[in-house]
Ligand binder design. Structure first.
Ligand SMILES: [Zn+2]
Length: 524
């Protein structure tokens, strides 16, 4: 009898030891990230890891989350962000957390820290609320090797760039990025980029590109990106895939066909997209690129010369006419450091505020004056909803914010930094049926994880990192708008980052459990 009692006790201890989790998410509809249909089930988390999934009725946990009626999915991975310099200002990364994002890839559009080792250890020492991986950016590598010069590199300079890329890949970058509309990257010819992308390919990196053009010459730009990837034998990510400029509306059918064709021919190419009809970038991009060479003081000097101002104005007016617009009404200031009261106003409005004549020619002067005063970040309203949706239907397209960590209330930034994923899940999945919920989640989770080789993220699987989102598919919505950008998405209830509860019943807990994620070339 006594013996029997001990056996019972042994079993009881054993069962309780086996079936104990830190956090148990019960009764949710599990969407695992593969694209498969939802199933009912529970998820158990211990430390930073998912330890069990399924019917876990007999399990116990310190914290039990009732997910009845809610979706349980892997944390979203945002492959296209720019968080540099904002990590310290807001390590809670609220705008990402409140939109379901648990991992970001930064260093996009050719802009990154060149010293990736230092950057990733900074991320680990700072402790922010999301995981961070980085690309190494061509523009910064080029500037480090040869300044802002508008010319081809010498052999020595090219070798310097190659060794910087190699070092960055060994330090844990997940790939190489270009921003070919920005200085000084825009001065690079295709062969320079191929040479550098080949280095990233050696370390199994990805080539992510903000292409040379996203409007009139977009097909040449896509062709260049595809050729680079083919020549370097690398996996290609075309960033914020779009067709800009009113005159180009409808061309997404051609441009997406090029991507599909390249895949059919064996090139590993995927795309990402922010689900909005406006873009956001620097005011400088309105000016011809040759004016922007050699650094700020030279640019300012150039813009004092009447002849150059005239050429710049002519260039801008021609582009405006191509859009079939009378005014720079489509160009709205997000953040103008020299005078923040102008944030949220269009160039047309600012020109009138400055008591200038209501003509496009006067507006070009306003633009040039603003560039001379330090420039501005802008929102440009120039895409068609039909193109956005057509591109969105492509199954190997991932939603990505192209945003930084927002400082709540500062400036008039593009709403994509707050609402990208909620907008896809609310507007495009629930309301407009562009894709199924399961497919949207696949593109937010396992597709980016596969692309960037995050081997234990992007799926709900035993042994995987416990990055988990719990949300209400019936109410998830983006609230951020161009007029009132500083509004968090709704519908996200619970979020775990590496096993730590970071969103609890819709409220950020203050947890900062994200970490740096290293690429495959990483050498300790
Ligand atoms: Zn970009």
């Amino acid at each position: 009898m006594k013996f029997f009692f001990f056996i019972l006790l042994f079993i009881a201890i054993n069962v309780s030891a086996q079936n104990r989790a830190d956090i148990l998410i019960r009764n949710g509809k599990i969407i695992d990230g593969t694209g498969n249909s939802w199933v009912y089930g529970d998820v158990a988390v211990k430390d930073s890891t998912i330890i069990a999934i399924g019917n876990l009725k007999n399990w116990q946990a310190d914290k039990i989350i009732d997910a009845t009626g809610l979706i349980v999915a892997p944390g979203f991975i945002d492959v296209h962000t720019h968080i540099e310099d904002d990590e310290i200002k807001n390590p809670f990364a609220n705008n990402f957390i409140m939109d379901g994002v648990t991992t970001v890839i930064t260093g996009n559009c050719g802009s990154s820290h060149v010293d990736v080792k230092q950057y990733l250890s900074f991320i680990d020492s700072l402790h922010i609320s999301i995981n961070v991986a980085t690309l190494v950016g061509h523009n910064d590598v080029r500037e480090a090797a040869m300044g802002m010069d508008n010319r081809a590199p010498t052999n020595d300079e090219l070798n310097k760039m190659k060794s910087l890329v190699e070092k960055a890949m060994q330090d844990g970058a997940v790939g190489f990025s270009t921003g070919l509309i920005y200085t000084p990257g825009t001065y690079a010819k295709t062969d320079e980029i191929i040479a550098l992308v080949k280095v990233a390919a050696t370390y199994n990196g990805v080539y992510a590109t903000h292409m040379r053009n996203e409007s009139d010459s977009v097909n040449y730009a896509i062709a260049e990106a595809l050729n680079i990837a083919k020549a370097a034998n690398i996996s290609l990510e075309i960033s914020h895939f779009k067709v800009g400029g009113q005159q180009n509306w409808g061309r997404s059918k051609q441009t997406l066909a090029m991507v599909k064709q390249a895949r059919a021919e064996g090139l590993d190419v995927t795309i990402d997209q922010y689900p909005y009809t406006a873009s956001s970038t620097s005011l400088n991009t309105l000016l011809p690129e040759w004016i922007l060479a050699d650094g700020d003081s030279t640019v300012r000097k150039r813009l004092q010369e009447p002849d150059i101002v005239k050429q710049a104005a002519g260039y801008m007016l021609k582009k405006l006419a191509a859009r079939k617009l009378q005014h720079f009404s489509y160009a709205v200031v997000a953040y103008y450091k020299a005078d923040t009261t102008l944030n949220g106003k269009s160039i047309e409005q600012i020109n009138l505020l400055w008591k200038r004549k209501h003509t496009a020619t006067e507006e070009t002067k306003t633009i040039i004056d603003m560039v001379k005063n330090g420039g501005a970040s802008m929102v440009f309203h120039g895409m068609s909803e039909d193109d956005v949706k057509y591109i969105m239907q492509y199954p190997f397209n991932m939603p990505a914010s192209d945003a930084g960590i927002r400082k709540f209330g500062e400036g008039a930034p593009h709403p994509r930094g707050y609402g990208t994923n909620a907008r896809v899940l609310g507007k495009y999945v629930r309301e407009e049926n562009i894709m199924s919920l399961e497919d949207a989640i696949r593109r937010m989770t396992s597709l980016p994880a596969q692309k960037f080789h995050f081997k234990d993220r992007g799926l709900l699987r035993e042994g995987f990192a416990a990055d988990i989102v719990v949300f209400d598919a019936n109410t998830v919505n983006d609230l951020s708008t161009f007029q009132r950008p500083h509004q968090y998405s709704t519908g996200f209830k619970y979020i775990l980052v590496n096993g730590k509860l970071t969103l609890n019943n819709g409220v950020h807990t203050g947890a900062r459990n994200g970490k740096a994620l290293y690429g495959e070339g990483y050498i300790k």
